[in-house]
Design a protein around this ligand. Sequence first.
Ligand code: ARG
Ligand code: ZN
Length: 465
Amino acid sequence: GRSPRAAAVTAAALAALGLLAAGCTPAAGGVRGTPGASGVQDPYFPRLGNGGYDVSHYALDLAFDPDGGRLDGTARITARATQDLSALNLDLAGLTVAGATVDGEPAAVNRAGDELTLRPRDELPRGTEFTVTVDYAGVPEPLTDPDGSTEGWLNTSDGAVAVGEPAGSMTWFPGNHHPSDKASYEIALTAPSRLAALSNGVRVSTGPASGGRTRTVWRQPEPMASYLATVMIGRYETSTGTALGDVPVVTAVEPSLASATAALRAELPTLLARQQDRFGPYPFGAAGAVIITDGLLGYALETQTRPVFPASSFDRTTLVHELAHQWFGNSVTPESWQDIWLNEGFATYAEWLYAEEHGSVPARDSFLAAFAEEANWAFPPADPPSAENLFDPPVYQRGAMVLHKLRETVGDEVFDELLRGWAAKYRHANASTGDFTGYAESVAGRDLDAVWDVWLYGKDRPAEP
Ligand code: ARG
Ligand code: ZN
């Protein structure tokens, strides 16, 4: 926006944010940037994410004190401006910001709800790479999702577990918290030395820190959506091994659950290898699982390379589901929350495939059971009525039904190629429902509207399965 009208709007918007009062006036001459938007207009969470920049890397340095639950953090964010930027937003819920810099210079800071606005001294011309640092601290508070579940930073009796689907990651670090902006991560955790501290990816260093603490650094080099970032601090029994040749596998389990879960934990490399045969190359350089006590989290979650399971949901089916998400959801990530069936429908279909190959239950039988279930017909998988329905049965079961009908329509051979091709084409990227239907039609070499109209977008249960 370079028109005078846009400049006036900008000044008014900045005044409203209290930024002009902080002594910053729009630059005279040079670029006339405008503030980046405070959301990316996600149909379900319009305020999640931010406009005007694209993050490439997060370096989070977090110190956690389990007595009192205080988190002290520095987030160092590398990003590129996608417009001439006079100010930019980050999503952050709770916590207190002590200060922020942009390219090493102090930036003006404003908080309004879950939006943190930073105004750099110098505007950032479109295309520039820049680095933001935010120093923050406080006792993180969990977040209640539209569906009533609790997520974000969750304190345990001796530590914490942090999870973030769909919005909880903003309770423990400032960021561009929408799945459309994926980035690499390095997460450093400083915690009492008696506790284990885990996160995504590979452990790159462990060393002593002041006050009887240890600093552990985890690196997730492949792109990750912020909702898949995780932290587990506590008394875990950890074990390391390998899968798929040389992929390090780190599993951690609450000690009282160690023996009961040992056999299934040991199956993880085999399950990954079978999925790799079906879905193509495993997209990450690390794998694992974390098993926590029941009562903290109401569901298992596919946190990247290190899915987390409440003890009572650590079963083979759920493990298959969360491992399948590493391809479908974590590597191929939804463009918006409306595309969530691309995660849950595929991970559910992976369960059906597993049951077919190893439990002699044909996928057609799983499909028929889902077809018969009333709850699955509440809404079409590609169109959840509101944010509280994003993880409801139709997203999972009807999502998987779409894939089964597609398989029946194109045949097993083309369907196999399609699963692998989808994971390959959008590897480490974002994809929408339209990308999927277009891709499927290109592989099938024909229009598949008959499948989409009834199974993906259709409101009513058809007469015939
Ligand atoms: N993605 C998780 C799964 O694998 C479910 C997450 C549910 N999140 C929520 N806020 N209800 O099924
Ligand atoms: Zn899932």
